[in-house]
Design a protein around this ligand. Structure first.
Ligand SMILES: [Zn+2]
Length: 140
């Protein structure tokens, strides 16, 4: 463990600024191809299904399910020492794309494949809010 006291924060760039600005408003955006309708995440300048450059940002439902996960028990730096243990998972969004994220409000022993989750946001700085997922409590 290093003595680093600050968490690694994403640096919004052209192409991801829209995504991070929406996260700051606690809204999860993904891309949708207006030619073939495919949703995708992470952001790209073209559709991974049909190669069209007509990709737009749309609001994701924020609902998904856990595909697989790992439990981080050893902090990568001092900045994360208070967070361990925590769950990093591949989340399949309702719209289809898979994103890697943290699962919060869930004991490491309780996470399971297929578990329904929904997005939530952790404000990491004035500029950055990080999407995380929590177990779904509603049945919608
Ligand atoms: Zn397409």
């Amino acid at each position: 463990m290093t003595g680093q006291s600050e968490k690694f924060l994403p640096q919004p760039r052209p192409g991801t600024e829209t995504y991070w600005n929406a996260c700051r408003q606690h809204e999860l955006l993904i891309q949708r191809c207006s030619e073939c309708g495919t949703h995708q995440f992470y952001p790209r300048i073209f559709c991974t299904s049909c190669s069209s450059k007509a990709v737009d940002w749309v609001s994701a439902s924020g609902h998904g399910k856990v595909l697989t996960w790992t439990v981080v028990r050893r902090a990568v730096s001092g900045a994360y020492a208070a967070d361990v243990p925590y769950i990093i998972a591949l989340i399949e969004l309702q719209e289809g794309p898979v994103m890697m994220s943290k699962v919060s409000s869930c004991e490491p022993e309780s996470v399971c494949a297929g578990m329904a989750v929904e997005v939530s946001f952790e404000d990491w700085s004035e500029q950055v809010s990080m999407p995380v997922f929590v177990p779904t409590t509603s049945k919608d």
